[in-house]
Design a protein around this ligand. Sequence first.
Ligand code: PLP
Length: 713
Amino acid sequence: MEIRCTNGNMVELPQAISRLNDLVYNLWWVWQSEARELFRMWDYPLWRRTRHNPVGMLHSMTPEQLDQLAKNVPFRRKLESLMMRFDKDMANGHTWYAHTYPELRSNPIAYFSAEFGLHNSVPIYSGGLGILSGDHCKEASDLGIPLAAVGFMYPQGYFRQRIPSHGWQEAVYQKLDYRDTPIWQVHTAEGERLRVPIRLDNREVLVQAWCINVGRVRIILMDTDIEENSPWDRELTARLYGGDQESRIQQEVILGIGGVRILKALGVEPAAWHMNEGHSTFLVAERIRDLVQSGMELEKARQAVRETSIFTTHTPVPAGHDAFPFQLVEKYFWHFWEEMGMDRDQFMQLGAHQEDWGSAFNMTALGMRNVAHINGVSKLHGEVSRKMWQGLWPEGENPIVSITNGVHTPTWISGEMNALLTRYFGRDWLENHDDPDLWERILDVPDQELWQVKQGLKRKMFTSIWDRARRRWMEGEGGPMQLLTSGTLLDPEVLTIGFARRFATYKRATLVFRDVERLRRILLDTHRPVQLVFAGKAHPADDAGKHLIQQIVNLAKDHTMGGRIAFVQDYDMNLARFLVQGVDVWLNNPRRPREASGTSGQKAALSGTLNLAVLDGWWPEAYSGANGWAIGGLEDLPSDEEQDAADASALYQLLEEEVVPLYYQRDADGVPRAWVEMMKESMRTTGPAFSLRRMLKEYAELLYTPAVRASLG
Ligand SMILES: *Cc1c(COP(=O)(O)O)cnc(C)c1O
């Protein structure tokens, strides 16, 4: 897509390193380990201080320092070789998609998501949904899928978490410094800043657009922070999931309707439209309106929109589906349905759904009723969703299929593990990382070497946790108690279990504390001790989630737990990387079947971390009996209380009888042979199958290309 973008904040660079700008303003670098090496070589302390933000690094350099850098020959050589790869990747027409679907290669597919988790330096994500969208864009670039992504550029992003000594999470919002963010302002063909008006209730709000380059993929991000808008409207897109229902519906009008109009203003004509979760489903209404306005009959328009639209549902938890009271929808759409050729009732019927508080306009129902291609994000979640939404279709006509989530391997694999696998899998292994045959070669890796790499990752995680604690301490941000509970007492020699994710209650972060006595015996065993590392944010409006955090912080403070429990604050992609790669065991114990997929365990497996998880989400598909552990079975008990008791007891038993003995059973050279064997089995079986590449190829085959073909008629 041809889109004009400018960036007025770009640093002028000496000729010899001028291409550094091309590199740092395209997030392609995020998944190139060579690029990360380059930035470390440039200035390692600065790389760490900016929390891995090369745009921020550029802005903190003086012209003299830049001249100095331009004289650094090894740096220049590395930059040159990297940029050769960059240019080759950007120009490459020989992609998987172009090869598999040559006739569809240039028909764009719009991809709408309320959040994108691309990198830490662009904090416009809150959790798994955003990480998945970000990974989706990266892999679309690798596979050559012509994706045109649309979302929000939240000026304040998602909140940063602070945990005071009383343990009650505080949310801190910081205005994002756009100067240090790799975003571009989108312009019209005439060179003006692009602005699109959206009607909200009885006023007009202007929306502007930004662009982020993710390899070959462009993400168009909207915001309303423009001088011409009223102060209230400028705040509309300030925060991700920040406001009440009223601001939420306004955001969703902007995303769904504004997004369609922005693409149109840019001359992008998508052949298919993918809505990632319900936040963007007003787009079907806008597309129908647009077709009707151009003269098409309503039923034909509905049919055309249906056949070319894709909807992915991401949660079986009812509260995870936005539903608005009809009066609220009326307020924003009373002028709209007529242009669709509908009356009020017909319009409301598009989204009508019975909630537990009454009938309402449900964004998921709106999507599902008006889309031909629908999927859940694991086999189990597909089944659960088919039951949950059966009421929308006549018996036997349920279109929901399953495509299990994956993770973008080049993003989530550590540099160290990548280097090891490159030695045994071959130099270009990442080009074929979804090939199961390739992963068979993990059996050739000597146990000692794999174990050494894993131990190195573990040490790196502790260094990073201690570093965070030290920085807080030096900035006067926490007292001694916070220092103790944030991981400073952790011991790198001890079996370490990680649990980090959003603190939604169904994830049962405190399950392992159900029998504190029994847990204490496990943690404090003299010969075979265990320690627990927690991290994660609760939604700012979720007091139950905050309460769970507080409980864990209180237990971390309890000296009888021996400093074997830590809560590391402000979970984000950066911390996630260190944790999933560094811990020995990744714990996941949601209440079945509420974890639609879960992806952090897939990231963990890529670095040889073993999964200890309830058979929910992706895990029933992956678990073989030899590649990790399953907590409990596939039968669900009648009440939550019984289920929690049974799962906690199964968890303790696994720890006592299997996990701990296996970890501490060492050969003379210090390597736990059976443990390493399980690591290999885990990597061999999950590495190819739960890659985002496998997932996106399925999207292309099952959902994208049928929709694109329908639009071509
Ligand atoms: C991967 C990831 C998640 C998703 O984890 P789940 O296992 O799906 O809960 C959430 N937050 C961050 C920062 C992540 O990197």
